[in-house]
Design a protein around this ligand. Structure first.
Ligand code: FMN
Length: 158
């Protein structure tokens, strides 16, 4: 049984958790197990122990991280682990009402993971003002593509 896909959730009001739950369900239907972790309970060492990561993260208050993600992000910056073994994908939740801060936290996290050597398996999946039923379907379809992309990255890395 392969290791589960780690799904980290950064949320202020629960939308991201809802999306993450649906993503985990979609992955389970095609045989992938996943481990859902609230970012408040996440530590950078978890990223050293997995090679597949999906983050589901909202942006809050003019471009900042939701409260439950602040400490995780700060410790990722401070500890700067080598993530060259890690493939990841991001689902960002936000609202264009807050332009120019739309999805800023999700983009910042992606930049950080890139800086630490991780490989972006797929471009970010963006949810604006959602999640609508269509957004949830889209996130599930994106997650299946992301799982396939993880396999391609794995093959490339050998
Ligand atoms: C007070 C407040 C501030 C927000 N700030 C931003 C922001 O700066 N950028 C953005 O893209 N979305 C922003 N949003 C929109 C949220 O990211 C969006 O509602 C998201 O679905 C919340 O996800 P969550 O329920 O997982 O916390 C904000 C929403 C609220 C209520």
């Amino acid at each position: 049984m392969p290791d589960p896909i780690l799904i980290l959730i950064g949320t202020q009001t629960g939308n991201s958790e809802r999306v993450a739950d649906d993503v985990a369900d979609a992955l389970a239907e095609v045989g992938h197990t996943s481990l859902l972790v609230d970012m408040a309970d996440a530590v950078p060492e978890m990223l050293e122990e997995t090679d597949r990561l999906i983050t589901v993260l909202c942006t809050w208050a003019e471009g900042t991280f939701p409260d439950n993600a602040v400490e995780f992000y700060d410790s990722l910056v401070a500890l700067a682990p080598d993530l060259s073994h890690l493939a990841y994908g991001t689902i960002g939740l936000g609202d264009h009402l807050y332009d120019p801060y739309f999805l800023t936290a999700a983009y910042r996290l992606e930049d950080r993971l890139d800086t630490l050597g991780a490989t972006r398996a797929l471009p970010i999946f963006e949810i604006d003002k959602g999640p609508s039923a269509e957004d949830l379907d889209g996130a599930q379809a994106w997650a299946l593509r992301c799982a396939e992309a993880f396999e391609r990255v794995r093959t490339k890395m050998g």
